[in-house]
Ligand binder design. Structure first.
Ligand code: TYM
Length: 344
């Protein structure tokens, strides 16, 4: 009998993630992604890129794209990423992402992509007018991850389905080409209260770059007054904070604010409730505003000072792209051999 147990991946652990340069970063990006990147760089070899190839799946003004890329890089650095520890680079500067993505387009199945909820949300009523890239977007994401044979991918909860697709593509590639254990099955790192930050205006909608209301989100570039005003105006209910997580779960706006507090303070929601149960938003909101200003205003300030020296950011991105290529190129060379291309 043939043994079909997958051979586990035996290579080194490696972290990879990215953020699209398609608009101002907000608190959800910060807590769901950037904070985790900065922590993980001390634990594993870390690759963090600016997803500019993904950004152009919807229209981006060519006159602004390079600057938007620098802004994301500045946010990474302001959040604590250290270019001596983490490899920071623009996705488009490492051609192997696009090259592997094509091969993966021939591995992934249409049925798998048809199930992707983010495409349905982003294309809305205008599916036939969406770019083909918006549809195949998760395949490029799989290539981003697997070209470095990354084993750990810190992301917010909205990326969970894309990570499942990445695992499916890795498994099918390994199986089809008879190379069990060639690509790892990357693990999403999603847990924690910052994994799904909701809009400040509607506890049932995700905090998002594309929400027309600026009061729905706290931007990383907001100053202290704007941050405090947005927390003050956040939608809530009239009840005091409850004792238990079950009661909190039934109140989406309250749940979101307690989650934001917990994530910013590095505590659990239960710990926050233990302190604030029975207190109203008249007490809780000013405490949250102070905490948010304390944690976020310095990040915005660091971003602004880093952006005053774009040549230094460009130097970091260029060095990162060179280092990333050194890891990505051998993977693509091996893949081309496995596929059987001429000259590979
Ligand atoms: P993007 O640019 O939409 O978002 C960047 C990161 O922020 C997280 N995030 C949130 N986390 C908590 N609450 C929210 N409201 C919230 N909104 C966004 C996202 O989950 C993400 O981690 N497809 C990715 C970029 C990407 C990528 C990759 C990520 C491309 N290739 C490979 C990891 C690995 C995206 O569009 O993220």
């Amino acid at each position: 009998m043939t043994d079909h147990t997958p051979v586990p991946y035996a290579g080194p652990t490696r972290v990879l993630s990215g953020v699209q340069p398609s608009g101002a970063l907000h608190l959800g990006n910060y807590l769901g992604a950037l904070v985790k990147f900065a922590r993980l760089q001390h634990e594993m070899d870390t690759f963090i890129f600016v997803a500019d190839l993904h950004a152009i799946t919807v229209w981006q003004d060519p006159a602004l794209l390079a600057q938007q890329t620098r802004e994301i890089a500045a946010a990474y650095l302001a959040a604590g990423l250290d270019p001596a520890k983490a490899t920071i680079f623009p996705q488009s500067a490492v051609r192997e992402h696009a090259e592997l993505a094509w091969i993966f387009q021939c591995v992934a199945r249409l049925g798998w992509l048809d199930r992707m909820t983010q495409f349905k949300e982003k294309s809305g009523k205008h599916k036939e007018r969406s770019s083909v890239g918006l549809y195949t977007y998760p395949v490029l994401q799989a290539a981003d991850i697997l070209v470095y044979k990354a084993t750990h991918v810190p992301v917010g909860e909205d990326q969970k389905q894309h990570l499942e697709l990445t695992r499916d593509i890795a498994g099918k590639f390994n199986h089809d080409f008879g190379v069990q254990g060639f690509f790892p099955q990357p693990e999403p790192l999603i847990q924690g209260p910052g994994a799904r930050i909701m809009s400040l205006r509607d506890g049932s909608a995700k905090m998002s770059k594309s929400d027309p209301s600026d009061y729905s989100r706290i931007n990383l570039t907001d100053d202290a007054d704007a941050i405090a005003a947005k927390v003050r105006k956040a939608r809530t209910d009239p009840e005091p904070l409850p004792e238990t997580l079950e009661e909190l779960g039934a109140r989406p706006e309250a749940d979101n604010l307690v989650g934001i507090f917990a994530a910013l303070a590095g505590r659990t929601k239960a710990e926050v409730l233990a302190e604030y149960a029975g207190k109203g938003f008249g007490t809780f909101k000013p405490a949250l505003a102070d905490l948010a200003v304390d944690k976020l205003a310095p990040v915005g300030e660091r971003m602004r000072s880093l952006l005053a020296d774009p040549a230094e950011i460009d130097r970091i991105l260029k060095a990162g792209a060179e280092r990333a290529s050194e890891v990505a190129a051998p993977t693509v060379a091996e893949v081309k051999k496995l596929v059987g291309f001429w000259g590979a």
